[in-house]
Design a protein around this ligand. Structure first.
Ligand code: UDP
Length: 316
């Protein structure tokens, strides 16, 4: 007997796979859906023979498979979307569709099943922020017609849809806004700054910094984020909540840390900053602290060390 049923869309992605692990470990039956556009079955291969786990290759913008549609879920988690700029730019229409039609299909299922619905949103809803740090009440500075708009607007549309399904149809929804998560199971070819710099340093290749490296990000280690997601799912909260590490670093500082922790001989190269790249980003996490009793515990150096160890054991 399992404790209940949980559907995880994007379950074999970087973050989704940790949630599959957690809910299987808690005796839930986990149905993992993924179209493998950026996820990897490798992330859940250790679960494939588990009696509490089932994997279905499926694109959530399409009608749910009959066996999933016929089953009743207690929780539905929407972790499905490309998340790295090179991926969402390559899969631009797909990114818009998964945020819109994909989210709608999962909300309809949550409505039918009376399930608790969790959605992975992002600090990108704040765009290139002119308020710093960013509280949940900040409405953002987003370009709706530009190189990041397919991701930012898809995620903003998804939040709007969730608001309607909650307010109008009473779906038990909850939303987290993630800030630059990193850690083991990141795809080495994901194209994000943490994976790029670590892989380059390990291979003694030049570290690629875009712009002058003074732009900032706040990096959250994956275990911290996953703890926050679980607390949020278990809470009664409905409004979007920031989940991120408020430690803020320039990209130059990140590169220096990666060089010293890997002992790499790599040099740094600079190339132009891509359009609409946010110059600063740092979460206010007072709501998460107060309502969820959550805050990150893993500092950047410790997290980078664990991530470097992971990448060293991958074929890069
Ligand atoms: N970046 C960089 N070198 C890279 C990849 C990214 O300097 O090889 C920069 C990027 O321009 C941005 C920051 O690092 O300013 C974080 O980029 P990432 O793609 O990780 O996340 P996002 O921009 O979505 O926060």
């Amino acid at each position: 007997m399992s404790k209940g049923n949980i559907l995880i869309a994007g379950g074999s992605g970087f973050l989704g796979s940790y949630l599959c692990d957690y809910y299987v470990s808690q005796d839930y039956f986990v149905d993992c859906l993924d179209n493998l556009s950026t996820g990897s079955k490798n992330n859940v291969k250790h679960l494939l023979n588990n009696r509490l786990f089932s994997y279905t290759q499926h694109d959530v913008t399409k009608k749910l498979p009959k066996d999933i549609s016929d089953k009743k879920y207690d929780f539905i988690l929407n972790m499905a979307s490309p998340a790295s700029p090179p991926h969402y730019q390559r899969l631009a229409v797909e990114t818009l569709e998964v945020g819109s039609q994909g989210t709608k299909n999962l909300l309809e299922k949550a409505l039918k099943d009376k399930a608790r619905f969790f959605h992975a949103s992002t600090s990108e809803v704040y765009g290139d922020p002119d308020v710093h740090p960013q509280p949940e009440s900040y409405k953002g500075s987003v370009n709706c017609y530009g190189p990041r708009s397919m991701y930012d607007e898809a995620k903003r549309y998804a939040e709007a849809l969730i608001y309607v399904y909650h307010e109008k149809y009473g779906v038990n929804t909850t939303v987290a806004r993630f800030f630059n998560t990193y850690g083991p199971r990141m795809d080495p070819h994901d194209g994000r700054v943490v994976s790029n710099l670590i892989v380059q340093a390990i291979k003694n290749k030049p570290l690629t910094i875009y712009g002058d490296g003074t732009q900032t990000r706040s990096f959250c280690y994956v275990d911290d984020l996953v703890n926050g997601i679980i607390k949020l799912i278990e809470s009664n909260e409905h409004n979007p909540i920031n989940l991120g590490n408020p430690g803020e670093f320039t990209i130059n500082e990140l590169a220096e840390k990666v060089l010293s922790l890997t002992g790499s001989k790599s040099k740094i190269t600079y190339s132009p900053l891509p359009g609409d790249d946010p110059l600063q980003r740092k979460p206010v996490i007072e709501i998460a602290k107060k309502k969820l009793n959550w805050e990150p515990t893993i500092d950047l150096e410790t997290g980078l060390q664990k991530t470097i160890e992971y990448f060293k054991n991958q074929s890069l």
